[in-house]
Design a protein around this ligand. Structure first.
Ligand code: DQA
Length: 150
């Protein structure tokens, strides 16, 4: 099925503890809340004629199920797997089910932090990674997906 550009749908996945943005280690993650990030992505999505679905979970299996359900129904994924970035073969394997651009994003620069954050289970299967640009990274990820699927 050919999906018209205006109907392109992007799934934004936020992993564990990202629901606490604004309160959580603001010196690392900034003061913007997850609701504010989602709102700005929805606004940018409508300018780019993209339908945006946002999803946050603190549970690995729920994220896996969300990715499975997205098969065949979405045109791109922006994912911040948060702590699961460094541990989750299950999320990696679920993402491998998808045949659409995937942008991995981190608010902080994971390579400038503790050694256990330097390994990403997703980086080598993602189309691109943005790490260390704070909330601006989300807008760049969405613009990047838009140009990839245009
Ligand atoms: C994070 C980095 C991860 O190491 C951490 O566990 C997070 C957030 C980031 O956005 O910088 O929860 O993904």
């Amino acid at each position: 099925m050919t999906i018209g550009y205006k109907h392109n749908k992007i799934l934004i996945i936020h992993g564990p503890n990202l629901n606490m943005l604004g309160k959580r280690e603001p010196e690392i993650y900034g003061s913007t809340t997850l609701d504010e990030i989602n709102k700005s992505l929805e606004d940018l999505g409508s300018k780019l004629s993209l339908a945006i679905e946002t999803f946050q979970s603190n549970h690995e299996g729920e994220i896996v199920e969300k990715i499975q359900q997205a098969m065949g129904t979405i045109n791109g994924v922006v994912i911040n797997p948060a702590a699961y970035t460094h541990t989750s073969v299950a999320i990696r394997d679920a993402l491998l089910l998808l045949d659409v651009p995937i942008i991995e994003i981190h608010l902080s620069n994971i390579y400038k932090r503790e050694p256990f954050r330097h390994k990403s289970m997703v980086a080598d299967i993602a189309t691109a990674q943005i790490s260390g640009l704070g909330v601006i990274g989300y807008s760049l990820a969405l613009k990047g997906i838009a140009s990839l699927i245009e």
